[in-house]
Design a protein around this ligand. Sequence first.
Ligand code: SF4
Length: 407
Amino acid sequence: MKKFPRSAYIHIPFCHRRCFYCDFAVIPLGNNIESLNGYGSTTIKEYLTFLKKEILSIKHKSPLSTIYIGGGTPSILDPLQIKDLINLFKENYRIDYGAEITMEVDPASFNEDDLHGFIKAGINRFSLGAQSFNNKILKQAGRRHCSKDVEKSCYWLKRVYDNGLIKSWSLDLIQNLPMSSFKEWQEDLKNSLKFYPPHISIYDLNIEPGTVFQKLIDLGKLSLPNDDDSFKNSEQTNLLLRASGYSRYEISNYSLPGHQSRHNRVYWTGQGWWSFGQGSTSSPWGEKFTRPRISKEYKNWVIKQCEIKLDSSLVNQENIYKELDEKIMLGMRLREGVNIHKLINEQNWNKKKSEIALIKLLKEWERFLESGLLIKRGNRFSLSDHRGMELSNQILISMFKWWEKVN
Ligand code: SF4
C-alpha cells in the first residue's frame, strides 16, 4: 500500500535583505514590513493566499508528525499568520499528537511577545539563525542582526524551553566565515554553550555563484580561513561539544539526548515529504519536484496545479526514486550510516549485478576502512567521528565514481 508523507515543509521566502553568502529562493523586502499594513505585508498576504491554495490542492492529505516552517525568514510573519497556517494543516491534514512543529527565527525579526505568539500558534521547536555572536563577523556576512540580538533571542528561547513551553530549540552557526579565525570561533562556541541549547547546527560556509561573497573572492577582497584553520575549527567544535554532552548525530548537527531534529531525519533517511511554497522541493513518493523560484511563475503554477490536483500530476506515484548514490550520500551523513547490502538489494537489479556492484564499492572503500575514516559493522557502513565526518568528501567522491561505473 502506498505510504503517504507524514512531514511537511513550508517555505516563507521573505527576508529584510539578502545576506552576502545566500543564494536561497528569497524575496528581500527591505525594512517596510514592520507593520501589518506596510508594502511588505501586502506582498506577504498575497503570497500566503497562494501558499494556502497550494496546501489545500493536495488530494490525499495525510496526517503529519513533523512540520517545518523555513525560509527566508518566517519570523517576519505575524504570529496570527503562523497560526492560520498551522490551523490549515490541523483542519485539513490533521496533526499527530506530539508532532514536532519547527519554525526558523532570525534574531533581528522577532521580540519576546512574538515568540509567545508563535508558541500559542502551535510552534513547539525553534531554530535560531544566529550564525555568530561576533559583531564584526556578522557585519562582514551582511547579516542585519548584531550580537546583542543573538544574546537576547537565546535568552528568550532558553527561558521558554526551561519553562516547558516548547519541546526543543536549535542554535544555528556558520563555521569558517570571513574574519572567524580559531580564536573567534572558540568564542562563538563558548557563547553558544552559555545558553546550553538542546540542539546545535554548524554549517560550513559554502561560496555560491552569484553571491556577494563570490564577487568579493573574484576581486581578491575576501579572505577565508585556510584548510588547516578549518580543520582546527572543526576539531575544536567536536571536542568542546562532546565534552558538553552533545552527540554529533549528523555531519552538521549536534544534539543533547532526545533532541535530534525529527523533521530533518526524514530528508536524510529518504522518507517522503510534502513541501509548499515558492522554490521549495517536495518528494512525496521519492521523486523530487522543485517549484518555480520567481513569484509570478510560482503563482501561475499554483493556479494550474489547483486545476489538475497536485498529487496526480507533479509526482508520479509509480516512479519510486532509485538514485542509489543520493540515498548513500544522505544516509552517510548520519552517525548510524547506511546498510549498503539492503540499499543495493532495493535496486531490483539481478543477483549478479548486485554482487558485482557491492564488490566494486567495497574495493573503492577499502583504503578508507584501513585508515579508519570508515567503520563497518556487519553490513552497515558509517563515517568515523571525528575524522571520517571531516573528510567525508573523499569517501563520497569515490562512491560517486563507483556509481558512474555501475549505473
Ligand atoms: S536571512 Fe537567511 S534566508 Fe534570508 S538572506 Fe539571510 S541567509 Fe538567506
